[in-house]
Design a protein around this ligand. Structure first.
Ligand code: PAF
Length: 289
């Protein structure tokens, strides 16, 4: 019988929970989350289980990555259900701090934050200007607290993953960042904690994001113009979906080059819900018309 993960909420109790493993030289993998866990998160936990001896999952709805007017207050908080899922998934430690633990001076305090650089103002950052500063700052704190050997993130938040890799490289942080493929519903919709905001009609429309990405990826061998054409055509039929961006980038989110792995990314609003998704594209050269 599993007794479930140890739940801790302070730096001291997290240290104490990990001390025996550290003393034995065991490896630790961290899965940072904001809770409202779904199968996508559980796939990250499974990957963490494969990578390391001890799996820590953090559950913290980080206020500094939400802008004014975003969904911080209504963001789903489902701790008991999350804990049950983590128990079944085999997490060892759940770190569930209060806001005051993570931000003793208050989340709005002027202080040291991680600057995401130019990429932090593009794509998601163009619409959410302080988002990645908040994400990178809290992830850096979590790395400092849990001192993991590995940290596992989903590819669904692709720009986040690229920026976290950049942060780890630039700041020489001693952690290996591992990305995991997006988990999807049967019809292709990427799993997201925000899908629960969608009403039935919006849920039906939401599949247009992954459908457009798939159409774009299929056109990859014919070049960048064909990719974007195919994706836009697939979107053309979806009324009620307000596309923020649909763009093709290199895997590191610089300009895409033929012959290389690229990434097709989309963000769209359905009512008040903003969804993002992306896929890998094997990009050929543009064909002459
Ligand atoms: O991807 C998320 O859930 C969050 O952005 C993260 C990485 C847990 C930081 O708050």
């Amino acid at each position: 019988m599993s007794i479930g993960p140890v739940v801790v909420s302070t730096r001291g109790t997290l240290d104490a929970a990990l001390a025996p493993a550290r003393a034995q030289g065991l490896t630790v993998a961290l899965v940072p989350t904001m809770g409202a866990l779904h199968d996508g998160h559980l796939a990250l936990v499974a990957r963490a289980r494969d990578l390391a001896d001890v799996v820590v999952v953090s559950i913290f709805v980080n206020p500094t990555q939400f802008g004014a007017g975003e969904d911080l207050d209504r963001y789903p908080r489902t701790f008991d259900a999350d804990l049950e899922k983590l128990s079944r998934a085999g997490a060892d430690v759940v770190y569930h701090p209060e806001v005051t633990e993570m931000y003793p001076e208050g989340p709005g305090a002027v202080g040291v934050n991680v600057d995401p650089g130019p990429l932090g103002s593009e794509l998601e950052g163009a619409v959410r200007p302080t988002h990645f500063r908040g994400v990178l700052t809290v992830v850096a704190k979590l790395f400092g607290l849990a001192r993991p050997d590995f940290a596992v993130f989903g590819e669904k938040d692709y720009q986040q993953l690229v920026l976290i890799r950049q942060m780890v490289r630039t700041l020489c942080l001693p952690v290996v960042v591992v990305g995991c493929a997006t988990v999807r519903e049967d019809d292709g919709l990427a799993l997201s904690s925000r899908n629960r905001y969608l009403d039935n009609a919006q849920r039906e429309l939401a599949v247009s994001l992954s459908r457009a990405l798939r159409a774009g990826a299929d056109a990859g061998p014919s070049g960048a113009v064909a990719v974007l054409d195919a994706a836009q055509k697939a979107f053309g039929e979806a009324d009620g979906v307000d596309v923020d961006y649909l763009t093709l980038r290199a895997a590191d989110l610089t300009d895409p080059l033929p012959g290389q792995e690229a990434r097709l990314l989309v963000a769209a609003r359905l009512g008040s819900t903003r969804l993002i998704d992306n896929v890998a594209v094997s990009l050929g050269a543009d064909k002459d018309t």
